[in-house]
Structures are given as structure tokens and as C-alpha cells.
Design a protein around this ligand. Structure first.
Ligand SMILES: [Zn+2]
Length: 259
């Protein structure tokens, strides 16, 4: 075939299919513009989209260019919807990893009593489906610690004192929820153990308890002196079921009051 024949055949083909060719060109152009618009939408900061959800509802900070603010349109809602986490319950084992605390003549140490009670409170709460973190006395995690509640367990002196030195007492931090936590712990602890409250032996160390200054101001925290190791020894050791149940019921009472 000659070149001339080819050219005339091509012109004939174009004339014959002009409508189809024009349609294909127009459609390609349209798709190209749609694609460009889609890319632009993906790169658009979501804070300026009409009807879009603003990131400020979460942390009050506007996103910066190049940071999290540039997200795919469809992900805006998902990224900032947060479900409430599980309850965070913390128990400080008084004196753990620090010192023995009060010590009796026969060698019984306060830290042993606190540890035993704390471990059994943990078991009881976990059996209710409530996970518990046990912390040491000067646990590094206490700094800025945020929890639904924190209970620090201690026991008082084993010095031989007259029988009037029997009973428990508490101090709390400044959280708005602390009065409720205090009421629940005191009421249930007294009910289970039969111990009286012993307010005259509340010391500055209890009022200005170091952990109160470390945990987050919103987290309620209570220090419970469970009893005197000399006069309440039997209750704190061989009969400690009542002690454990008093603490557990106090915690459950508080959680129920907040739900
Ligand atoms: Zn102590």
C-alpha cells in the first residue's frame, strides 16, 4: 500500500468516527478535572470544611499545616471519636519498695500487712471485672497520675499503747470527688470491721501525704490508716477478711455513686 492511500484512509476514518473521538476527548478531560478536585479535597485542612467536625472539640488546639490537620475527608469523624476507657483504680501499698513502716517487737512489719490486704483487695475487685494497679509508696507513676480513684493503705503504730488507741482514720486530697470517696470508704470500713474512727491521731504526714501532691488534681485520692498494729493486730492479720471487705465495699460504693 502507498502512503497516499494510508493518508486518505486515515482522514476517512476520522470523518466517519468524529463523534466518538470528540466524546472520548471530552470524557478524558472531564475525568482529569474531577481527579484534580478530589486530590485537592484530600489535601484540604478539615477545620475549614463546611459542616466538617473541628478538631478543637478535643484538645482546643487548631491543627498545624503539615501535622494531623491534613487528613482524608472521610476520616475526620473517626479520628476524634474516643470511647471512654476502662476504669482506672490504683492502690498504693504503704511503704512498699521504701521501708518497713511500723514494726512490732516480734518483727511483724506494717508493709507486710499493707501488702497482704492490697493483694486481696485486688483479687476481689478483679473478680468483679475491675482491673487494679498496685503501686509502691514512692512509685514514679504517681507523678501526674490520673485515675478514677486511688487508695493508699497503711497501718498505724505497733507501740504498746492503752486500749483507747484502736480504730481507723482517713485523709483525702483536694479533688472535688474526694468527699464522696471518703464517705464511702469510712462508712463501709466501719461497718465491716466494727472499728471506731480515731481522729485525734491524724498526723501532718497524713494531711500532707506526699502522693496527694503528685497525682492529678482531678483524681480523688484517699489515705486509709486501717488500724493500730498493737491493739487492732488480730483484725489486721488473722481476721483481715473484714478489713479487705471494708475497703472493697467502700470502693464499689464510690464507683456506684459516680455511675
Ligand atoms: Zn504507714
Amino acid at each position: 500500500m502507498s502512503r497516499q492511500t494510508n493518508d486518505s484512509e486515515l482522514r476517512w476514518f476520522i470523518r466517519r468516527n468524529l463523534a466518538v473521538i470528540l466524546f472520548l476527548v471530552a470524557a478524558s478531560g472531564g475525568l482529569y478535572f474531577l481527579y484534580q478536585d478530589f486530590i485537592a479535597a484530600e489535601q484540604r485542612p478539615f477545620t475549614v470544611q463546611e459542616g466538617g467536625q473541628s478538631a478543637e472539640s478535643v484538645d482546643g488546639l487548631a491543627p498545624q499545616i503539615g501535622e494531623e490537620g491534613y487528613v482524608a475527608v472521610g476520616n475526620v469523624g473517626q479520628q476524634f471519636v474516643q470511647s471512654p476507657g476502662p476504669l482506672k483504680i490504683a492502690i498504693v501499698v504503704g511503704h512498699r519498695a521504701s521501708d518497713a513502716g511500723a514494726v512490732c517487737d516480734d518483727g511483724l512489719q506494717e508493709v507486710m500487712i499493707n501488702e497482704s490486704v492490697a493483694q486481696r483487695v485486688l483479687v476481689e475487685l478483679e473478680s468483679e471485672g475491675l482491673p487494679v494497679s498496685l503501686l509502691s509508696e514512692f512509685d514514679a507513676r504517681l507523678n501526674g497520675f490520673s485515675s478514677d480513684l486511688l487508695v493508699s493503705l497503711h497501718s498505724d503504730s505497733c507501740t504498746p499503747l492503752d486500749p483507747s488507741f484502736t480504730g481507723y482514720k482517713t485523709t483525702v486530697n483536694q479533688s472535688p470527688q474526694s468527699p464522696q470517696l471518703k464517705a464511702c470508704i469510712e462508712q463501709n470500713y466501719a461497718q465491716q470491721t466494727g472499728l471506731p474512727i480515731h481522729p485525734t491521731t491524724i498526723t501532718d504526714d497524713m494531711i500532707f501525704y506526699h502522693a496527694f501532691n503528685k497525682v492529678s488534681a482531678e483524681s480523688p485520692a484517699i489515705l486509709l490508716e486501717m488500724g493500730f498494729m498493737y491493739n487492732d493486730r488480730e483484725l489486721l492479720t488473722t481476721n483481715s477478711d473484714a478489713v479487705v471487705q471494708g475497703v472493697v465495699n467502700g470502693i464499689l460504693c464510690y464507683l456506684q455513686s459516680q455511675s
